[in-house]
Design a protein around this ligand. Structure first.
Ligand SMILES: [Zn+2]
Length: 391
């Protein structure tokens, strides 16, 4: 008996068992502390199973986010290879709108219900199922399973990885629910808070104050003008909404009809097309607003409500896109939701978004993964591993 025969590996549990366990571990991520959970439970399950299968497993604490972890499980050597990536967290949920316990995997009418079933704990179960019989000693290029924290809130997990600059592979598949159709573009998103501060005073004499609400009317008009210009400047017909968008989402100012409004705050979201840089957009906005307000004497502050997610595009010619298009018979598309794709791209990986389940069910009560997505999903993962790691 040679030495390697003595190394004992463990099979992961059956597929539905894995899904059951993953969904039973709460891992809500939210910018609101009352909802936010640690994702350690999900990470530890994946770490155990992957470790048992012979992967080298690293659980990485996300700096500045106690209780949050990324997982990197790798096998094989080299600087190329394939990364199968997903997020471990879910959105918060409204239990009263669910017809089953969100943390209990419940099968009904060919659907597996549970919080995270489609978005996207189910993907990990499919990945492990696809790799169950893989002999890791046969890998010619590395295979990495990446599980991240906080995709649904701050993207702190993917951000930390991008900042680490760590090389993980040459190609990445992110298994977000796309109904197993390949996606290679999405818009970015930034959320900005614009605050004007003037001086309150009795409404009977305008000279007693400086009205922030009136200043905000200049801001609103300027943002709408800016939006029209952006629509002229940028256009990508691959997107359902072919132009960048800017939404006026929230405003609050003042307290009484008979008091001059001393402070007013506006929240907007900006969704740029690929090729538009978030920081340049913020700078442009700052300059335009400063110019509008220069003679008002109002104090202007702009603050990003979160770090933002850059727009994302992988070239149609990339091998991972070509492979996915061939395997599925669908051309790679653009979608309206953001992903960790741009952060994996920053690590030098050609990244494709494609996974089982529908985005229509994500973030919804009674979220489910249609069972007819399971075998095709496993098959696609197996074939990508075959193409990028075994040949
Ligand atoms: Zn997701």
């Amino acid at each position: 008996m040679n030495h390697s025969a003595l190394v004992r590996y463990f099979e992961p549990p059956p597929l539905l068992h894995m899904m059951q366990h993953l969904i039973a571990e709460p891992s809500v991520s939210s910018v609101s502390a009352t909802w936010d959970h640690s994702n350690a439970g999900v990470i530890d399950l994946l770490a155990d199973w992957l470790n048992g299968m012979g992967f080298q497993v690293q659980k990485l604490a996300v700096p500045g986010h106690p209780g949050k972890f990324n997982l990197v499980a790798s096998a094989g050597n080299g600087s190329d290879g394939l990364v199968l990536a997903g997020h471990t967290d879910t959105v918060p949920f409204d239990e009263s709108r669910w017809h089953s316990d969100p943390f209990v995997l419940t099968e009904k009418d060919g659907r597996l219900h549970g919080l995270g079933s489609a978005d996207m704990k189910g993907f990990f179960a499919l990945v492990l199922e696809a790799l169950r019989d893989l002999d890791l000693t046969r890998l010619k290029h590395p295979l990495v399973i990446l599980a991240t924290a906080d995709e649904e809130s701050s993207m702190s997990g993917a951000r930390a990885l991008a900042e680490s600059g760590r090389s993980l592979g040459k190609y990445a598949l992110i298994g977000e629910p796309t109904g197993l159709r390949p996606v290679r573009l999405h818009k970015g998103i930034a959320m900005e808070c614009i605050r004007l501060t003037g001086r309150s005073g009795h409404s009977s004499n305008p000279a007693l104050g400086n009205n922030a609400l009136e200043g905000m009317s200049l801001v609103l008009s300027e943002i709408i003008r800016w939006r029209q210009e952006l629509e002229q400047r940028y256009r990508n017909p691959l997107f359902e909404v072919a132009t960048p968008t800017v939404n006026l989402g929230h405003i609050h100012g003042g307290d009484n009809p008979n008091r001059i409004c001393g402070q007013c705050e506006l929240h907007i979201d900006i969704r740029p097309l690929p090729g538009m840089d978030l920081d340049s957009l913020r700078e442009e906005l700052d300059q335009r607003l400063a110019q509008q307000l220069q003679s008002t004497g109002l104090k202007l502050e702009r603050q990003s409500l979160f770090g933002g997610v850059p727009a994302f595009e992988t070239a149609v010619s990339a091998a991972i896109v070509q492979a996915a298009e061939e395997l599925t018979g669908h051309s790679a598309e653009a979608v309206a939701f953001g992903t960790e794709g741009p952060f994996l791209q920053q690590l030098g990986m050609d990244t494709l978004i494609m996974g089982p389940g529908s985005i229509d069910q994500a973030h919804q009560p009674d979220e489910f993964l249609a069972m007819d997505q399971i075998n095709p999903g496993i098959d696609i993962i197996k074939q990508l591993v075959q193409q990028f790691c075994l040949s």
